[in-house]
Design a protein around this ligand. Sequence first.
Ligand SMILES: Cc1cc2nc3c(=O)[nH]c(=O)nc-3n(C[C@H](O)[C@H](O)[C@H](O)COP(=O)(O)O)c2cc1C
Length: 194
Amino acid sequence: MQDRLENFKRTVRANRSYRRFFEDVRVSDETLTDLLELARTTASGQNNQVTRFALVSEPDRCQDLFKLLRWAGALKDWDGPEAGERPSAYIVLVSPKKVNAAWDEGIIAQTILLGASEIGLGGCMLGSIDRLEICNTLKLDPETQWPKLVIALGKPKEEVVIEDVRQDQNLKYYRDEKQVHHVPKIVLEDLIIR
Ligand SMILES: Cc1cc2nc3c(=O)[nH]c(=O)nc-3n(C[C@H](O)[C@H](O)[C@H](O)COP(=O)(O)O)c2cc1C
């Protein structure tokens, strides 16, 4: 039992936000639909299942979408991955503009990324996105298919490590001189209210 939990812990820890990829390793629509099949059965508030998915894997469309995403706000001297290191595919989560489905979207996105990590892929959730332009580019109806979250996917080309910190320490992620990405996470002791 403990072994299985340890294995799952490794899976969860390996599932980091990756922002640089081997862009030439393409992700097929079939892989994207396999990942969606995982997400399809996750929990949903009132089981309303309002989220729909736009799949983007063709290189030209990836390039168009890439321009509408903002990467790693905390890395001030980095504008996002350069050509050759960009994601190979995206899943755009859409739902009616007036509906708040953020909890569903988080569960869906985490499930997709966990699945991706199981097959040697990785990615990043992006909420800092140009929603109206995404509608125009992907020909989505802004009222009923408003982009809420984008999941970028690809074969990760960077090392990301977790750093245990206390809750009063700096929580900003950073890159070291070897370009290793460090993600501070608060230790359990400071998270549990006693
Ligand atoms: C709802 C949500 C929105 C996010 N939006 C962005 C984004 O627009 N751009 C980006 O580079 N990262 C984005 N991220 C990734 C976070 O920066 C990342 O989760 C955080 O730095 C912790 O790293 P970790 O995912 O490896 O734990 C987002 C994450 C979440 C959960």
